[in-house]
Structure formats: C-alpha cells, structure tokens
Design a protein around this ligand. Structure first.
Ligand code: TYM
Length: 337
C-alpha cells in the first residue's frame, strides 16, 4: 500500500484541509506504516505557480505549510514529506503524460472552470494542465491510495483515465491505477458564512474559514459569527435537509470529536445554536490549540524545516526514478543507460 497526497502552498492550512484530508494523512501514517506500507505527503509548490505568484510569499508559504503539516501530526521521520520543486521527476512525468491526456478530458475539469473565472483566455496554460501535473504526482510513485476531499474526486478520475490509457497505448503496466480515499462526513467542509460554498483558501472573507494559525479568541469569534439559523437541532439527521449551515456545523463537530453526525444530534437535540456554538468553539480550541502552538514554534526554525524537506525530497527522488525510467522507455525515448 502506498499512500500519497499533496496540498497547495497558497495561504494557510484551514479547517477544511485539516478535516477533509490532513486528519486522514495522519491516521494513515499510523495504520499504513504498521502494515509496512509507505506514506508520501508533499507541498504542491509547482501547482501554486499556476496562479498569481509572489516569489517571496511562495517561499514563506512553502515553509509555513511544512510547519503546519508537521504540527498537525505528519511526522517527517515516518512519512516522506517534501516539496515538488525538489523532485524534478514530477514535472518531467507531467510532460510525458501530456501526450496521453486529451484536451476533451481537461475541458471537463470543473476546478479549471471555477479558478479561471470569466477570463478563460487570460488564464495561465499551467492552470489548464494543472490536473496532468497532479496525475504525475500520483502516478510517479505507483500510489495506491490518495486521501483527499471531495473537490479532488474529478482530478483522481482523470488520473486513473490517464494511467489506463497510457498502459493500454504502450502495452505495459507502467502505472498502478490509484484510488481516491475520501472521508464520509468531512468530504466537503463548507464556508462559515455560506453553507452552500466550500471552505476555501481563496475566499476573500477570512471569517469564512478557521485557519490553523488562528488564536483562541479568533476561533471563538468566527464560530460566534458563523451563519446558522433560529431553529433547534433536531434528533434526526434527515431533518437537517435544507439547513446547510446547521448541517455543516454538526459535521464539523462530529469530525473533530471523531464521532458521527447522528451521535452529535443525539447529544444536542432540542438545543439551539446559542448552546451549540460555544460547545463547538470549545471543541475547536481544544483540538486546534495544541496544533497552533506547535505550528508557531516550528515555523520560526526555517533551517530545520528546510532540512526536513531536503531529506524527504531525497527519499522521494529515489522512489520516483524507476517509474520515470519506465515511462521514458515505454514511449521509445532514447536515453543513455
Ligand atoms: P488543496 O491545496 O486545495 O487542498 C488540500 C486538501 O484539502 C482538501 N480540502 C477540503 N476538504 C474538505 N472540505 C474543504 N472545504 C476542503 N478544502 C480543501 C482537498 O480536497 C485536498 O485533499 N490539487 C490539490 C493538491 C494536489 C494533490 C496532488 C492532491 C496536487 N497534487 C496529488 C492529491 C494528490 C489541491 O489543490 O488541494
């Protein structure tokens, strides 16, 4: 079993990333490690340059994201933690896969449509071929499981399509076909200001998300101001239909408490948000508080963070090399032995 996942180095790690993906990264690190498998987690800095890029900010964000992941429980001694820019095989394989990926497939990608907005002609070419690089990230390591949130499902499907077509076209099993691993309750954590929009780094309102760098007062304020409704919580999950904000807050509580939304409703049925919100704020603070403290300690030691990333990248380069060689060879590209 080989687990791989990545996160972009734009902005802060937020609660959606943590509950939708990183919490599973950390869980899998324990279970997969015990079974002799491997986990690779990386910072998608090559993906970050497909949108507006400030170089100094990118350097800071990359180190901060490494610190945030370690603070959240990714252990650089047990998992391979690195940034893409130090493993050129990702970009090389992406180019090779560009011969296999079809324009029609990329045209269907909803993330490109969302991120490019109205000005498709003005979007970077990188933003358009972004999913091919993502496929390369996954396929270069023969990954079997990819823990991600719901918004990445389509990119995972594309990755599988590219791998299947490449293997078929060139008559060899060069790539393992990976599976997405998407959590049930936290697959799509929504904005605190709008229960129909995804919690996202790019939302202009910081009140829409909880960042792992927020202090206790900020977390409490964001939960207090979170959009909710005037009704009490029901005892049945089906009764949350049509109440997206209530549903989201219950999901957040359940995931943080490692329980189910049904169990949360059993505990809070009949209570309104005046009671539920303080309980949620306390839970958030108790889970995120230690992560934030550790994050603030780690992020100042840039030499140590750089050393972790260099160490992880060396391991990743060695793991990537055989697949890259196999792909060049399958395509008939001559290279000195
Ligand atoms: P990114 O950086 O947007 O998000 C990182 C992870 O967090 C998940 N996530 C969420 N989950 C639940 N609710 C939310 N509101 C929410 N927001 C984000 C994402 O699904 C993701 O798992 N393209 C990827 C990065 C990437 C990648 C890869 C992932 C590049 N190469 C290879 C897996 C494998 C992205 O932009 O994630």
């Amino acid at each position: 079993m080989r687990v791989l996942s990545g996160i972009q180095t734009t902005g802060h790690l937020h609660l959606g990333n943590y509950l939708g993906a990183i919490k599973n990264w950390v869980k899998m690190q324990d279970t997969v490690g015990a079974e002799g498998g491997e986990c690779l987690y990386f910072l998608a800095d090559l993906h970050a340059i497909t949108v507006h890029n400030d170089p100094a900010e990118l350097r800071d964000n990359t180190r901060n994201m490494a610190a945030a992941l370690i603070a959240a429980g990714v252990d650089p001694d047990r998992s391979t933690l690195f940034n893409q820019a130090q493993v050129p095989a990702h970009a090389e394989l992406a180019w090779l896969l560009n011969g296999t990926a079809r324009i029609g497939w990329l045209n269907r990608m909803t993330q490109f449509k969302e991120k490019s907005g109205k000005n498709k002609e003005g979007a970077s070419v990188g933003l358009y071929v972004y999913p091919v690089l993502q496929a390369a990230d996954i396929l270069i390591y023969q990954s079997t499981h990819v823990p991600v949130g719901e918004d990445q499902r389509q990119h995972l499907e594309l990755t599988r399509d590219i791998a299947i077509k490449f293997n078929q076209d060139f008559g060899r099993e060069v790539f393992t076909i990976p599976d997405a691993y998407i959590p049930k309750t936290a697959a799509r954590i929504m904005s605190l200001r709008d229960g129909t929009a995804k919690m996202s780094k790019s939302d202009p309102s910081d009140m829409s998300r909880v960042n792992l760098s927020d202090d206790v007062d900020m977390i409490a304020q964001k939960v207090r101001k979170a959009k909710s409704d005037a009704d009490a919580l029901p005892d049945d999950i089906a009764a949350l239909e049509g109440r997206p904000e209530a549903r989201n807050l219950v999901n957040i509580y359940a995931t943080l408490a490692d329980t189910t939304p049904e169990a949360v409703l059993a505990q809070f049925a009949g209570q309104g948000f005046g009671q539920f919100k303080p309980a949620l704020a306390d839970l958030l603070v108790s889970v995120l508080g230690p992560i934030t403290t550790r994050y603030n300690e780690l992020r100042t030691d840039t030499a140590q963070l750089d050393a972790y990333l260099a160490h992880g990248a060396a391991k990743a380069r060695a793991l990537a090399a055989p697949t890259l060689d196999a792909a060049y060879d399958a395509l008939g590209l001559l290279r000195a032995a």
